[in-house]
Write a protein that binds this ligand. Sequence first.
Ligand code: ATP
Length: 214
Amino acid sequence: MKIGIFGGTFDPVHQGHMIVAEQVMTELDLAHVVFVPGGIPPHKEASSVRASAEDRLAMVEAAVEGNERFTVDRVEIDAGRPMHSVETVSILKESSPEDDWYFITGADEVSNLLAWKEPDRLLEQVVMVAATRPGYDLSRLDHLEAALRNFDRIFPVECTRVDISATGIRRRMLQKKSIRYLVPEGVRKIIEERSLYEGDGKRSEGGLLKEEIR
Ligand code: ATP
C-alpha cells in the first residue's frame, strides 16, 4: 500500500493544502494521506505560530471531514517539542513498515532540503513528493542532485496552482476581509467561533509578525 504524509504548520489549513493532498493522492494512487500538524516547527520561531496546537489540530480535523482517504495524526502535537521530519516519519512508519511512504511537501520547501535534518536518511525512508506551487520553477531543485545520494527519490508532482497561503489568510483576518472559500467551511467556522487570527493580541501583538502586515 502507498501512504502519503502531509506535514505542515497548518496555521490555518487552507484550500491550497487540500488541493495538493487530493491531487498528489490521486496522481500517485496513494491509499490515503495522513495530515500531520506540527507542534512547534524546528525551522519557525515558536512565536510566529499564531493558533494553538489544539486549535490547528481541530481545524485540520474539520478540513479532512468527509474524505475517508484523509486522516490526521497528532504525533508532532503530542510530542510537545520540536520534531524533524526524519523523526516524524520513523515514528509513523513503525505502524506499517512494509508500506511505501510518500512525504508531501511544497516544492519551495524541497528546494531547501539541504537545511533539513539528515535529508538523505529521510529520502531512504520516504519518496519526497515536491508539489508545485504558484510561480515555481522546477529547475530550482537541480542543485540538490550533486548534494544528495538519494536525489532520485524526489518526485515532482504538478498540482493546480492556487495562490493561497496561511500568511495571506491571517492577513485578511487582520484586515477583517472574508476568507470564505479560501479555507474549508468547517475551518472557517472554527476560526469564527474561536475568534482566531483576529489580532486581539491573545498570542502576540497584532496576531501577526511585523513583516506579515503589508
Ligand atoms: P505560511 O504562509 O504560514 O508559511 P503555508 O500556507 O505555506 O503557511 P504550511 O502549513 O507552512 O502553510 O504548509 C504546509 C505545506 O503545504 C508546505 O509544504 C507548503 O509548501 C505547502 N503549501 C502551502 N500552500 C500551498 C499552495 N497554495 N500550493 C501548494 N503547496 C502549498
